[in-house]
Ligand binder design. Structure first.
Ligand code: DGY
Length: 321
């Protein structure tokens, strides 16, 4: 039987590679950095399947070279790097990795929130470099979660898991903003409000929504101005939901208290970017799902999606939009 050919845009786990290799001939980009665009364009012709990452832009230019492609499987839950319209037009199936990274991302969101509000990185740095002179009543203080109103923008799987983890901190109220009412919110005790109400009333604003044409740039000057001056802004979704210049202004002019970002534009953020100079901004390198087991499962699911699609079976996680 003829073997399928698969292109993988980065080094992945042995296990996932082994799984694919049982029925497929695999070619991979093995550099530590994302596959260069010309390599991707050179390798996509005559491939039956593409295993890609969120760092790979799969647009018309790539697809026009994909003469044999039957499935694109991305090792991510986010798919804003894929031109879904162009892919569907060509009847190419899309696989992604929902659910399995929900817990890891929710956990990281809480960690980032606490690191930001309780100034963990700044405090640790002070301790190391001699800034810790003596215990001091108001030194390194920040807002606590007890009694706080927490607003979550995007109340899908990850937003809900963040809410569940936030609740035991004795928060006063959890608000959420989402296109539709989420029935799960009742059990969590979260209240649906419009975006303005969420921004005005929240002590913590946590962004968990997907990047779409509707959410692109929604955190702009106006949005930051609506927030409390004491607000902490956390983003673990996609950088482009934020107008980053507006965020720099809001942080510099004390329109909000602080921000914690796991995602930004571009990634990696250039070292001379103003956000790196701000003490009230914690920056992480997009590690929301970076738990060892989670990443292994993501790689296996991405491979599983490819195999199922190529064998004409139901894909474990097909993107149906
Ligand atoms: C995703 O999967 O979209 C996350 O941003 C990275 O795991």
């Amino acid at each position: 039987m003829a073997r399928f050919s698969v292109y993988i845009t980065r080094e992945i786990s042995e296990e996932a590679l082994k799984l694919l290799s049982t029925t497929c001939d695999v070619t991979s980009w093995t550099g530590p950095d994302p596959v260069p665009r010309d390599e991707l364009l050179k390798n996509i012709p005559n491939k039956d399947a593409l295993f890609c990452l969120l760092t790979d832009k799969i647009d018309k230019e790539v697809l026009d070279k994909a003469n044999k492609l039957k499935v694109i499987s991305t090792m991510s839950v986010g798919y804003d790097h894929l031109d879904v319209g162009e892919i569907k037009k060509r009847n190419i199936k899309i696989g992604y990795t929902p659910n399995i990274l929900t817990d890891a991302t929710a956990e990281l969101t809480i960690a980032l929130l606490l690191a930001t509000s309780r100034r963990l990185l700044e405090a640790s740095e002070e301790a190391r470099k001699g800034g810790w002179q003596a215990w001091s009543p108001f030194w390194m203080c920040g807002p606590g979660l007890g009694g706080a109103t927490v607003g979550i923008v995007g109340f899908g799987r990850i937003g809900q898991e963040v809410a569940k983890r936030i609740k035991p901190f004795n928060t006063k109220q959890i608000l959420y903003f989402n296109r539709s009412v989420r029935k799960e919110a009742n059990a969590i005790g979260a209240l649906k409000v419009d975006l303005d109400e969420l921004l005005t009333n929240s002590d913590f604003v946590i962004v968990c929504c997907a990047l779409t044409s509707e959410t692109k740039g929604i955190f702009n000057d106006e949005a930051f101005r609506k927030m409390k001056k004491s607000a902490v802004f956390i983003n673990t979704s996609r950088g482009a939901v934020v107008d980053q210049d507006a965020l720099v202004r809001a942080l510099t002019n004390d329109e909000i208290w602080g921000a914690g970002l796991d995602v930004m534009t571009p990634e990696p953020l250039p070292l001379d970017h103003p956000l790196f100079k701000l003490k009230n901004c914690v920056i992480l390198p997009h590690i929301g799902s970076a738990c060892i087991a989670t990443r292994n499962e993501m790689a296996l699911l991405t491979a599983g999606n490819i195999l199922a699609a190529l064998e004409g079976k139901k894909m474990p996680a097909e993107l149906e939009e």
